[in-house]
Design a protein. Structure first.
Length: 220
């Protein structure tokens, strides 16, 4: 048997433990400290996502928000968001969720996209590749919603906090008029919030490796 070692902790009576158990406790503490994302770290990383997104659209966070235009200014006409404009420019879709460049996305998100025309239901299967830069490829269920335009993908397993996710739609999805949609792709970023802070969808499994990335909702 392993020799006993006396362990003294501040405010706790001394106890005797086997040397093997002491080493195991030290290993667990060090692993937890090295792998966990604290609440403060998660908040900091989410802030960095926001700042990067603002800079990408030309907003300097240090100078404050852009000045509002007068109501009668012709330039004050509402326009689609930068993300939606990018989607419509680079893909055949008029809407998607999440949009290209979206940030702070829930790791439990589903994915959807919608062309202008109605879609042939039989053409949508095995056309979608979803990949996280940490979690890898994701299998899932693909279905066409009741509007006959929105293609909806639900991953089997949640994404990892903080990772970038790419969606690639292969060519071959057909409209009801017989037109084939071209291939397209876009990406977005997950929030760094721990998966334990979200209301879980019973149909989406949580990856085991995400346990050490947890953060509490009180500080986020």
């Amino acid at each position: 048997p392993s020799p006993l070692v006396t362990v003294r902790l501040r405010g706790v009576p001394s106890i005797k433990m086997s040397s093997t158990l002491v080493l195991l406790c030290i290993f667990c503490i060090q692993w937890r400290q090295g792998g966990a994302i604290t609440d403060g770290e998660a908040a900091q990383r989410n802030t960095e996502q926001v700042l990067q997104a603002l800079r990408a659209i030309g907003v300097d966070p240090k100078r404050g928000p852009p000045q509002l235009r007068a109501e009668d200014d012709p330039k004050n006409i509402p326009k689609p968001s930068v993300n939606l404009q990018a989607l419509r420019k680079e893909t055949p879709f008029v809407y998607a969720h999440p949009l290209p460049g979206a940030i702070l996305v829930s790791p439990l998100t589903s994915i959807a996209f919608r062309p202008a025309d109605k879609v042939d239901r039989d053409s949508i299967q095995k056309k979608i590749l979803v990949r996280g830069d940490v979690s890898g490829n994701h299998d899932g269920e693909t279905r066409l919603l009741s509007d006959h335009r929105t293609v909806y993908f639900v991953p089997d397993v949640a994404f990892m906090p903080g990772e970038s996710v790419s969606v690639m739609v292969e060519k071959g999805i057909m409209t009801e008029d017989g037109d084939s949609l071209p291939p397209s792709s876009w990406s977005f970023n997950m929030s760094w919030r721990g998966l334990d802070t979200y209301r879980r969808d019973a149909g989406i499994k949580v990856p085991e490796s995400s346990i050490s990335e947890a953060s509490s909702p009180e500080t986020l």
